[in-house]
Design a binder for this molecule. Structure first.
Ligand SMILES: Nc1nc2c(ncn2[C@@H]2O[C@H](COP(=O)(O)OP(=O)(O)OP(=O)(O)O)[C@@H](O)[C@H]2O)c(=O)[nH]1
Ligand SMILES: [Mg+2]
Length: 475
């Protein structure tokens, strides 16, 4: 990313395409000066005279100044001079803005041409085009957000379920950062003591220190492990869970998919081997997004197309967060059913005995002992709500809804937590084995640094580049 904080940056902050309104955002020391080129307040006052955080009606104009001739041009030059649009304009004085810099937002009608022209004039007046995520990056660099909060901005924009949104909002409010920072601060205190001990006493840690050290490092370790343990579920809440529907042919897998989706998405026939390809659709289970994957029925077959389908079933199965195993409950279990039951025994799964509207002959079969079994009818809808609750409960077992709980959703955070946990485990072991303070402090330092990566207390341009390049321009 080029350019420092002294630049004034500009971008269209609303999505591309037509919209009722569109917003051009300016941030940086020259925001007011630049915006003044394109904004003429209806009140007749100069833009620089308005009070912060108030909205003003204005005309947007192309200025006649010669400045434009020498300027850098990014957008196409506007073909006409004069009036562009009418707009509402707000000035947010530093540091009370998203970036903690002077910000001007120009809300015009949401036409691509108008917004592009407003940007062009701003750029010709001294601003430069913002890089992807640069507004949020500035909020971070200016200390308005820590790194985990900056990432929560993106999670909020991309949230696909209410649960995911809820977690992103808690992270944006600093819940994760607070827990991580607390643990890191306690480790830094330990480090200061241990290092002082090394410098001044010139020998190992005293016994008293040792107890205290074990206590503090142990507490930090517990926090790290607690957070890390939420990551599996966190990923599901953020990205959705992959639930693969498995079973032998003709048991009603596609019928169940259709029933759960409440639409006739997959073809259903009485002919075994109907589904050949993998069919994937999303449903929202009470705030949790689930990708439901219907597959080709598992059996030995000579049919090349069906063989390929079964290959895809196996591949989908490997990437599943949960298996929804379907059996025909109106007939005795077959050897294929039994084989499948034992294959999924140690995987996360739910078993449904379908066609309960016909007869329920197998519910007492000993092969089902130890499995979570639901008798249902995809045809009538009987028991389907129970299956939905069971799926949700299997996927998100923890009380993540509780206001005080913090859930880790980000792979980068999980990785940092894992490294911190490993270093802390190592440190505890070294203390208990009576190792020298120097050795202990190396691991404690590594853990503190790993935690610092989460909040951005420890960071590199490379990490920042990677995080913010995922954002769109204007965010
Ligand atoms: N009576 C009854 N019939 C059902 C039920 N569910 C499915 N069927 C019937 O069972 C047959 C097979 O249903 P599908 O949903 O195509 O089964 P499938 O498991 O997807 O089959 P393949 O794609 O061939 O593996 C169809 O004739 C359905 O109408 C049910 O709950 N009750
Ligand atoms: Mg099918």
């Amino acid at each position: 990313m080029h350019g420092g904080l002294e630049d004034t940056i500009c971008a269209i902050a609303t999505p591309a395409g037509e919209g009722g309104i569109g917003i051009v955002r300016l941030s940086g020391p020259q925001a007011l000066v630049v915006a003044s080129q394109v904004v003429r307040l209806r009140s007749g006052h100069p833009l620089s005279s308005v009070s912060s955080h108030s909205l003003h009606l204005a005309d947007l104009v192309i200025p006649a100044s010669g400045k434009r001739e020498e300027a850098r041009v990014v957008h196409k030059r506007p073909p006409v001079s004069g009036l562009l649009d009418e707009a509402l304009v707000v000035y947010m004085k530093a540091p009370r803005s998203f970036t903690a810099e002077d910000v001007v937002e120009i809300q015009s009608h949401g036409g691509a041409l108008v917004l592009g022209m407003v940007c062009t004039v701003c750029i010709e007046s001294g601003a430069r085009m913002a890089e992807p995520g640069e507004f949020t990056k500035r909020a971070f660099l200016n200390g308005r957000l820590d790194l985990s909060q900056a990432e929560a901005v993106l999670d909020t924009i991309r949230a696909t379920s209410s649960a995911g949104l809820n977690i992103a909002q808690r992270q944006l409010r600093g819940d994760l950062a607070r827990e991580v920072e607390q643990a890191r601060t306690s480790l830094l205190t330990v480090l200061a003591h241990v290092e002082a001990g090394i410098d001044f006493v010139g020998e190992d840690i005293s016994f008293l220190q040792r107890d205290e050290l074990v206590r503090i490092v142990g507490a930090a370790c517990a926090v790290v492990q607690k957070l890390e343990a939420t990551a599996q579920e966190g990923r599901i809440l953020r990205e959705g869970a992959r639930v693969v529907i498995l079973g032998r042919p003709n048991v009603g897998k596609s019928s169940l998919l259709n029933r759960l989706l409440r639409e006739e998405r997959a073809i259903v026939t009485a002919i075994p081997g109907t589904t050949r390809d993998v069919i994937e659709e999303s449903i929202d289970l009470d705030g949790v997004m689930i990708r439901l994957i219907d597959t080709a029925g598992l059996r030995e077959t000579e049919d090349i197309v069906e063989q390929e389908g079964i290959k895809r079933t196996r591949a989908a199965q490997d990437e599943a967060d949960l298996l929804l195993v379907v059996m025909d409950g109106s007939v005795p279990l077959t050897s294929d059913d039994r084989e499948l039951l034992s294959a999924v025994r140690n995987l996360k799964h739910v078993v449904v005995l379908n066609k309960a509207d016909l007869a329920d002959t197998v519910e007492t079969d000993s092969a089902l002992v130890g499995h979570r079994v639901y008798a249902i009818s995809a045809k009538t809808g009987l028991g389907v709500e129970m299956v939905k609750s069971a799926l949700r409960a299997q996927l998100v077992s923890r009380g993540f809804e509780a206001a005080e709980s913090v859930t880790v959703t980000n792979v980068r955070h999980r990785d940092a937590l894992r490294r911190a946990g490993e270093s802390l485990g190592q440190a505890l072991e070294s203390v208990q084995c009576g190792m020298a303070g120097e050795l202990v402090s190396i691991d404690v330092r590594a853990a503190a640094d790993a935690l610092g990566e989460i909040t951005g207390a420890i960071t590199t341009d490379e990490i920042l580049g990677r995080i913010f390049s995922e954002f769109c321009i204007g965010k």
